[in-house]
Design a protein around this ligand. Structure first.
Ligand code: FAD
Length: 287
């Protein structure tokens, strides 16, 4: 099913993300985690794409299992920073062969070794090419409520976001945020720019202090005082930190739904137990 159709449903729903293993040896464990998350019946599941295309085959394998073995709508990611046009065509063929209807089209982070392929400069170039090669695919794109780390000005970022949507994006998913007001303000800026596709908020349940510092370092996401206090108080106690992090994420989701957002994407990081606990906290709220 196309995710654009799922997002038209007015009933609140949640989707989850998994990431493929770095090497083939970890594939069985990831498939088992993805299967356990699929058993929770999310509205869809996304499968990330390793930096610079390192996991392209495994991304498709995990995504195919989710769709064809577990019957859950799937969203494989694809990045273009190190991809040739030929590689993209090959990935699109594999997506078609596996009966997958959706793709998340990204530029990817600039590789530290500086080795890039110059076929696509930005995600919008990739989206344009996907639209031309596979017009039936539903295409997602990334957006950044606090601005992308490389952007000097938020206004430029929103301007380029509009260009990305005009290139053929059917929906957007946000970078994680820990303060819902940042997301609500972002929605106003998006509307002002004339962007009319659905914007799905991405929520990351933080279950360890280490996970928070790593995620914040990579994404530049700001951490509100309320959440800093939680990490200061519980960061050294794994059981309490896990519980507090799941409750914080659940409260963010409840607040989003209370404010009229119907669909939330959860960065569940291959953790079926975390995904299940979030859904338990949302019982009666999310279908
Ligand atoms: P773009 O939309 O190309 O934007 C990148 C930068 O270029 C921005 O600063 C933008 O303002 C600027 N820009 C855009 N167009 C132009 C233009 N025409 N001229 C000048 N500047 C321009 N990474 C992975 O490696 N694998 C994943 O699976 C993955 N999944 C993600 C999922 C989500 C929901 C999000 C939010 C991020 C994900 N990322 C993933 C990270 C993402 O690849 C990085 O944030 C990357 O640095 C930017 O990708 P993008 O698609 O947003 O790029």
């Amino acid at each position: 099913m196309k995710i654009s159709n799922i997002l038209m449903d007015k009933k609140p729903s949640v989707s989850f993300e998994v990431f493929p293993p770095k090497q083939e040896t970890g594939l069985d464990d990831v498939k088992a985690a993805a299967g356990a998350i699929a058993a929770l019946k999310p509205s869809f599941m996304s499968v990330t794409y390793g930096a610079a295309g390192s996991t392209s085959k495994l991304t498709i394998e995990v995504a195919s299992d989710i769709k064809n073995l577990h019957g859950v709508t799937v969203l494989p990611h694809l990045t273009c920073v190190a991809s040739s046009k030929e590689h993209v065509t090959n990935m699109l063929n594999q997506i078609r062969e596996n009966n997958i209807d959706n793709i998340m089209a990204l530029r990817g982070d600039l590789p530290k070794d500086g080795i890039i392929c110059h076929d696509y400069a930005h995600a919008s170039d990739l989206i344009r090419d996907i639209k031309a090669q596979a017009p039936d695919l539903c295409i997602g794109g990334a957006c950044y409520p606090e601005g992308h780390v490389e952007s000097a000005h938020k206004a430029d970022d929103i301007h380029f976001l509009k260009e990305k949507v005009d290139a053929g994006c059917d929906f957007l998913t946000t970078q994680m945020f820990f303060d819902n007001n940042i997301f609500y303000n972002f929605l106003y800026r998006v509307k002002d720019e004339g962007i009319n596709v659905p914007v799905v908020p991405g929520i990351m349940p933080i279950t360890t202090a280490k996970q928070l510092s790593r995620s914040v370092q990579l994404s530049g996401t700001s951490v509100p005082e309320r959440f800093k206090a939680i990490v200061d108080r519980f960061g050294d106690d794994p059981v309490s930190m896990r519980q507090a992090g799941i409750i914080y994420a659940s409260e963010q989701i409840i607040d989003l739904i209370a404010n009229g957002i119907t669909h939330i994407h959860v960065y569940s990081m291959n953790k079926p137990d975390v995904a299940a606990d979030i859904l338990k906290n949302l019982k009666g709220i999310v279908s």
